[in-house]
Design a protein around this ligand. Structure first.
Ligand code: PGA
Length: 223
């Protein structure tokens, strides 16, 4: 598999104009040896031009349709050309009290409906809890994101990240890709792939700066 580089824009930027500008500027960076996915807020998804960048959502609901005010289902995401979804991000676990049960339901429906599903886990306990609940298929991708490294500028050491990657792989019954996330920038991005053995990255803050994110893409593409 080519390295998978996923931009998690979180609740940014604050206007459609800025979102389009950022997206178009990143799209100028031509790459051959990786897959790049942009995960903007829901409302921007249908507005971003189709090009070599793939689109992902940052969350999804666990039912296909119905009387669930305010929710967005995996079917809706697919219908607008969104092929990836991030589920179980630590910010949602913390601020929105997303439980393992809810996360499991979201992951199962997304996998079943064919979305490439990026399940975020911060430790082995979360992984084990999820594995009990989910029906694995080839659409699952894991993202190891240690909470101390998210949005702090304190990236996880390569040795610790590598140890965790190996421990995660041991728990998995199948060969599922594992991404690293947490304070990734253009200086450390390549190392998590080359030295720590991850199959890709989940990038937050650095993905909001077109130059920095393009540099990350450039470094991985060359590696
Ligand atoms: P960060 O965020 O790169 O800003 O640390 C990563 C994430 O939350 O996915």
């Amino acid at each position: 598999m080519k390295p998978l580089i996923v931009a998690n824009w979180k609740c940014n930027p604050k206007s459609l104009f800025e979102a389009k500008k950022l997206f178009d500027s990143v799209a100028k960076k031509k790459t051959k040896n990786l897959t790049a996915v942009i995960c903007p807020p829901f409302v921007y998804l249908p507005e971003l031009k189709k090009n070599s960048l793939k689109l992902g959502a940052q969350n999804v609901f666990f039912e296909e349709k119905g009387a669930y005010t305010g929710e967005i289902s995996p079917l809706m995401l697919k219908s607008i050309g969104c092929s990836y979804v991030i589920i179980g991000h630590s910010e949602r676990r913390k601020h929105l009290k997303e439980t393992e049960e809810i996360i499991g339901k979201k992951v199962n429906l997304s996998l079943k409906l064919g979305l490439k599903t990026i399940l975020c886990i911060a430790d082995l306990k979360q992984l084990k809890n999820s594995l009990k609940r989910i029906k694995l298929n080839e659409n699952l991708i894991l993202a190891y994101e240690p909470v101390f490294a998210i949005g702090t500028g304190k990236a996880c050491s390569l040795s610790q990240a590598k140890r965790m990657r190996m421990a995660i792989k041991k728990e998995l019954p199948k060969d599922i890709p594992v991404l690293y996330g947490g304070s990734v920038d253009s200086q450390n991005a390549g190392k998590y792939i080359k030295e720590a053995g991850f199959q890709g990255l989940l990038v937050g803050s650095a993905s909001l700066k077109a130059n920095e994110f393009s540099k990350i893409l450039g470094n991985i593409d060359k590696a």
